[in-house]
Design a binder for this molecule. Structure first.
Ligand code: AMP
Ligand code: GLY
Length: 472
C-alpha cells in the first residue's frame, strides 16, 4: 500500500511513523512534511507540495503517485474541503468532509449543538455585538464566575482567552471583535464560564456509525514551567520591549501578573495519568457517542475521521463529570506524538475500516507503556533584528541544530519544524518533539529528558516539568 499523510509538523511525522510500522504499507509520503519525515523507514518528505493549504497540488500528487489512501492531520485542509476533493477523484481519505468540520470551525455553532443534544458543557452565550458580550462578562464576574472568551472561527489555536479579571475579558472582546485580530473568525464570540478540573486531550475515531476510543493524553499548554520566573521575564522583555529587573519580575509573579502564555502545546503524556477505564467509558457515553450519532441523525452530517474533544473533568458530588471545552475534527498535537507510538494495532487497517464503514470489526489497542513528549522550541534570542521573545510569539528561525542523531539513540524524534539545506536548521516555533517511552511514567520522562539534553540550537528552550503533576 502507498499512503499519503498531509501535515507539516510533528503530528504528521508521528502518523507517518505509525503507518511505517504496518506490514501492508510499502511507502509513506508526507506532504508537505519536513526534513524529519525521513527519520523513519519507508517515509518520504514531499517537497513539491508547498503547504497544507495547497489543495490542488495535494490532490494532483495523490493522483500521480496513485496512493491507496490519504490521512489528513491538521484542520485547515479539512475545512478547505480536501476530503471532498479527494473523494471526487476517487481517492479514499481519512478525515471529515468540509461540512463536518463545522464542529471545530464554528465554536458558536458547536456550543449550541452540544447544548441541544444534552452533552455537558460550561454555561455560555454567543454574541455578535461587543457591548452585549461585555455586559454578559460583567454579569458573570459579578456572580463570582470567571470567563473564557473565544473567537468563533479558526484562529490557529490563538483565539481563546482564559480571563482572570473583567479587564482581561474586555481586552479579549476588543481584540477579537473590535480590532479583528483574527479577521472574520472574530465576527462572533463565545463567552463561557471558566471551569477548574483535570483537562484531558481525548481522541476517538469514527467511520460515521461506529466510534472507538483512539487514545488520550495530558497536554501541557503553558509556555513556561509554573515557577520559571527567569523564562517568563525574558519573554516579557522581548514581547513588550521593556526591560524589567529580576526583582520586578519576582513581584509581578507574586501578584500573578507575569505572563505565562498559552501555546499550541509544549509537551504531552500518554496515557493521561488521571484516566481509568471507567472515566474513559463515561467520556465515550456522555460525549463522543452522542456527538457522532446526533450529528448524523439530527444534522444529517457524517463524521469520518479522528474526533478530539477537549474535556475538563469537573468534580461534582464526589464524581468526575466530563464537560466539553471544545471539539476538534482531527488529532491533537503534541498529544498524537505521545499517543501514537503506543498504538499496537495497524493504523493502515484502522484507516481502511474507517473508509469502508467497517470500524465495528476492528480492534484498536494501545500498549500500557507511557510516552512522554517534550517539545524543543525557539526561545528568546538576540539577533540581527534585536531580542525576540520566542515561541509562541516572534522568534528566529534558520538556527543550526546539533545532536539529533545522538538523541535518537534514546528516544523517538518527531520534527515539528526543521529543514536540511546542509545540516539541520530550525524553521518554526516548535522545532523537535522528543518522545521517551517506558514501563513507568518516570522511566519515560527520564529517557525523554536525557535525549533532549543532547540537542542544541541557539535559543533552544524546553519545559522541565512535562510528565509532572504541576498546575498548567
Ligand atoms: P480550546 O481551544 O477551547 O480548547 O481552549 C484552549 C485552552 O483554553 C484549553 O485547552 C483550556 O486549557 C482553556 N480553556 C478553554 N475553555 C475553558 C473553560 N471553559 N474553562 C477553563 N479553561 C478553558
Ligand atoms: N495541543 C492542542 C491542539 O492540538 O489543538
Amino acid at each position: 500500500m502507498k499512503v499519503l499523510v498531509v501535515d507539516a509538523g510533528g503530528r504528521g511525522n508521528a502518523i507517518a511513523h505509525a503507518f511505517s510500522r504496518s506490514d501492508r504499507v510499502k511507502e509513506v509520503f508526507v506532504a508537505p512534511g519536513n526534513a524529519g519525515s525521513e527519520f523513519f523507514p519507508k517515509c518520504r518528505h514531499v517537497e513539491e507540495v508547498p503547504s497544507i493549504r495547497a489543495i490542488e497540488e495535494i490532490v494532483n500528487f495523490a493522483k500521480r503517485e496513485d496512493v491507496d489512501l490519504v490521512y489528513i492531520g491538521p484542520e485547515e485542509p479539512l475545512s478547505l474541503g480536501l476530503v471532498d476533493r479527494l473523494e471526487e477523484e476517487g481517492i479514499p481519505a481519512v478525515g471529515p468532509k468540509k461540512e463536518a468540520t463545522i464542529l471545530e470551525a464554528s465554536k458558536c455553532w458547536c456550543k449550541d449543538f452540544l447544548k441541544r443534544i444534552g452533552v455537558p458543557i460550561p454555561e455560555y452565550k454567543n454574541f455578535d455585538d461587543p457591548d452585549d458580550a461585555k455586559e454578559f462578562a460583567r454579569e458573570m464576574f459579578e456572580s463570582g464566575k470567571k470567563v473564557v472568551v473565544k473567537a468563533d472561527g479558526l484562529a490557529a489555536g490563538k483565539g481563546v482567552f482564559v480571563c482572570d479579571s473583567l479587564d482581561e475579558a474586555y481586552f479579549a472582546i476588543d481584540e477579537i471583535m473590535v480590532r479583528k485580530r483574527f479577521g472574520e473568525a472574530g465576527n462572533r464570540v463565545v463567552i463561557e464560564e471558566r471551569l477548574y478540573g483535570i483537562e484531558v486531550a481525548f481522541t476517538a475515531i469514527s467511520d460515521g456509525k461506529t466510534v472507538k476510543p483512539f487514545g488520550h493524553a495530558r497536554d501541557y499548554k503553558r509556555a513556561f514551567d509554573p515557577d520559571d520566573v527567569d523564562g517568563m521575564r525574558e519573554f516579557y522583555i522581548g514581547f513588550f520591549k521593556r526591560f524589567i529587573t529580576k526583582a520586578e519580575a519576582e513581584r509581578l509573579y507574586r501578584e500573578g501578573k507575569l505572563l505565562n502564555p498559552n501555546t499550541g502545546g509544549m509537551g504531552a503524556v500518554s496515557p493521561h495519568p488521571k484516566l481509568n477505564e471507567e472515566i474513559e467509558r463515561r467520556i465515550m457515553e456522555t460525549v463522543v457517542e452522542p456527538v457522532i450519532e446526533k450529528f448524523r441523525i439530527e444534522e444529517g452530517k457524517v463524521f469520518k475521521g479522528v474526533l478530539y474533544p477537549v474535556i475538563m473533568l469537573v468534580e461534582e458530588n464526589g464524581e468526575l463529570i466530563p464537560k466539553v471545552l471544545e471539539i476538534n475534527v482531527r488529532d491533537c498535537d503534541p498529544g498524537a506524538e505521545a499517543k501514537l507510538p503506543r498504538l499496537e494495532s495497524d493504523i493502515a487497517e484502522i484507516s481502511l475500516a474507517v473508509i469502508e464503514g467497517e470500524l465495528e470489526n476492528v480492534e484498536i489497542k494501545f500498549s500500557k507503556d507511557y510516552c512522554v513528549a517534550v517539545c524543543a522550541v525557539s526561545g528568546a534570542l538576540k539577533g540581527r533584528e534585536g531580542l525576540k521573545p520566542g515561541y509562541p510569539s516572534d522568534h528566529y528561525t534558520s538556527q543550526p541544530i546539533e545532536g539529533i542523531e545522538e538523541a535518537m539513540k534514546q528516544a523517538i524524534i518527531y520534527a515539528n519544524g526543521i529543514a536540511k539545506p546542509n545540516g539541520y536548521v530550525t524553521t518554526g516555533g516548535r522545532v523537535l518533539t522528543v518522545v521517551g517511552r517506558g514501563k513507568t511514567l518516570e522511566e519515560a520522562r527520564e529517557k525523554a529528558y536525557n535525549a533532549i539534553s543532547k540537542i542544541r540550537f541557539p535559543g533552544m528552550r524546553y519545559r522541565k516539568t512535562i510528565g509532572l503533576d504541576v498546575p498548567d
